[in-house]
Design a protein around this ligand. Structure first.
Ligand code: F6R
Length: 593
């Protein structure tokens, strides 16, 4: 999704553009098709174009702009095609007000019509362009920048994080947010606003979290936050436990592999949240039902949660896709805990569902991004401790989500054995990672495929779904995850000697039935890769290839371990196909539309 940044340096002589460029480069994982910067040094300077940051930088030399403050943007289009004109910053007619915007405006057509009738001329086909024109309209009526901006905001219907600079009031950046993320950063030399913490983490870990509707004013003397009535309010500054190093690739070629390798730590650090989780569980004594709500990979983590909670705590548990949530919302009540799983804490489908759910039910958000919107809206929050994740495909945040969900379920069911077992997971994952070369070799044998199936049963069904999603989103190979018993009800027709089938076969009560399903695809000449326990002679003899896991990993904790070779497979197959695993086609890390 779009990302915005603003920065004002205390030193008037120092140019801000190189810093803004570095910050938007750090936002590129959100997905974008164009980039732009506006700075001020007596007048507003703008450089922007369609294209990836290195291409646009090569053409325009983005770091070479005068002025000690400015705003920047990476654009993922919601209204208006990718083009130079549609790239942000968007300007008023005279080029004296510059605006960057993340979000989308539902009523821009109506506002545009009104502004055109007033004589304003539009250059772009974006929704954003109404914002600088509206600010100019109100400034023409005699309002100062802050009041004109406030009046503009009152006219907008939609989601937004917006930052503005203006030639007449040329010592400040104004910003605000509604249903789109925005953080304030404070360092010794500069003040920042940013869509996401990783963009500014190289400069500061001191963050202020503005609430919706608050007005942020950055100038050389500091940060002010005003409430909706224009009164200054005190805001707490929090120290983010992330470091710049955590948000950088280091020696790794891609974020995805760095993040896969960080998974043992993600589990260990999330296990340290046990006391916080216990407090939440203690507070939820009367819960009769649970409903998980999530999208994509987070949905798969939720599905594991359903299997586990039903199995251990015997509490009826549903899982609903966030985009479908409104169709089941009527069945909620105060005895149902609604759990939102999200790495970003910003996904709009989940946010919309959370706003509905909290009307009737207690809500819990399990998120990775500190200070994200869901942490503001949910009654309870668990922060997974995976650190910043920049690869578009979720890996370590998924394993951290599972860790938090498993801890929650273990504490809810008072199952000490599970908690003990969870503490062994980091080492089980390390053992898998030590054998990642085996997966690299296997990837060469499977990258030819045009269609793949992943099969699992019970606790292993979500593993199959997640393995297939990882592969399809980054390698662009069609893959389906199936409950292995369901295959015979249709998709078995697609199995033949050209189709690899990956079977998730941990030891346990589902093993024999899954083996029957393996036989079914083997009879149709499928190419079988089994992910199974070390020493599983049966799987070895019936599969073309196997990847083996420590036999002590039970089927119940298998999602935390058996998923890892599938992430690696997706990664290496993607490299084999010549794609960038960090930036898959048409996808963005944070989906706020
Ligand atoms: C896939 C992936 C997505 C996200 C989904 C929800 O690798 O990352 O499927 O899981 O977009 O995002 P969050 O978890 O941020 O709500």
């Amino acid at each position: 999704m779009c990302g915005i940044v603003g920065c004002i340096l205390k030193d008037k002589e120092k140019p801000v553009a190189p810093i803004l460029l570095e910050c938007v480069e750090n936002l590129d994982y959100r997905g974008y098709d164009s980039v732009g910067i506006a700075t001020f040094d007596g007048s507003i300077h703008v450089k922007k174009d369609k294209g990836k940051i290195p291409e646009v930088d090569e053409k325009l030399n983005l770091a070479d702009m005068p002025g000690n403050f400015g705003i920047a943007h990476v654009r993922w289009p919601s209204t208006g095609v990718p083009s130079k004109i549609n790239a942000h910053p968007q300007l008023d007619q005279a080029g004296t007000i510059a605006v960057v915007h993340n979000g989308s405006l539902k009523n821009y057509d109506e506002l545009k019509g009104e502004l055109i009738a007033d004589g304003f001329k539009f250059k772009s086909t974006t929704d954003t362009e109404v914002i600088p024109h509206l600010i100019r309209k109100y400034m023409n009526e005699g309002f100062d920048l802050e009041h004109a901006f406030r009046k503009t905001i009152e006219r907008l219907d939609g989601s937004y994080a917006i930052a503005v600079i203006c030639e007449e009031e040329n010592n400040k950046i104004l910003a605000t947010r509604y249903q789109s993320p925005l953080k304030i950063g404070v360092s010794d030399d500069a003040y920042f606003i940013s869509s996401d913490i990783p963009a500014i983490i190289d400069y500061t870990r001191k963050i202020i979290l503005p609430a919706e509707g608050e007005m942020i004013i950055l100038d050389e003397s500091g940060v002010k936050v005003h409430d909706e009535n224009g009164n200054e309010i005190e805001k707490e500054t929090v120290l983010i436990p992330w470091t710049a190093q955590m948000a950088n690739k280091g020696e790794h070629p891609y974020f995805m592999i760095k993040e896969i390798l960080e998974q043992p730590d993600a589990v260990e650090f999330t296990l340290d949240e046990m006391d916080n989780i216990r407090k939440i569980v203690d507070d939820l004594d009367n819960i009769k039902n649970i409903c998980f709500v999530a999208c994509g990979t987070s949905y798969h983590a939720s599905l594991s949660g359903k299997y586990l909670i039903q199995h251990l705590a015997k509490i009826k548990t549903d899982v609903v896709l966030a985009s479908e949530f409104k169709y089941t919302a009527d069945t909620l009540d105060e005895d149902t805990l609604v759990i939102f799983i999200s790495q970003s804490g910003e996904t709009l489908d989940s946010m919309n569902a959370l706003r509905i759910a909290k009307e009737t039910s207690p809500t819990l958000a399990i998120v990775n991004n500190i200070g994200s919107s869901m942490t503001e809206e949910a009654k309870y929050t668990i922060i997974t401790q995976a650190g910043p994740e920049k690869g578009v495909a979720a890996t370590k945040t998924y394993i951290a989500q599972l860790t938090a969900i498993y801890l929650f379920a273990g504490l809810l069911a008072k199952d000490d054995d599970l908690i003990e077992e969870l503490h062994k997971v980091p080492n089980y994952i390390r053992e898998v990672l030590e054998k990642s070369e085996e997966i690299e070799v296997l990837s060469k044998r499977y990258s030819f495929a045009e269609d793949l199936f992943y099969l699992g049963r019970g606790f292993s069904y979500p593993i199959a779904l997640e393995g297939a999603l990882k592969l399809k989103e980054i390698s662009l190979i069609h893959a389906e995850g199936y409950a292995s018993g369901e295959l015979k009800h249709g998709p078995l027709a697609l199995i033949n000697h050209r189709v690899p089938v990956i079977v998730i076969l941990p030891p346990g009560s589902d093993y024999e039935e899954t083996m029957v399903n393996l036989e079914e695809v083997k009879a149709r000449k499928a190419i079988i890769l089994s992910i199974c326990a070390e020493g599983d002679g049966k799987a070895e003899c019936k599969s073309r290839d196997v990847f083996t896991i420590n036999p002590n990993v039970s089927e119940m904790v298998a999602p935390l371990v058996y998923t890892v070779p599938l992430q690696l497979l997706a990664y290496y197959v993607t490299l084999e196909k010549g794609h960038d695993p960090d930036k898959p086609e048409n996808l963005a890390k944070v989906i706020t539309v």
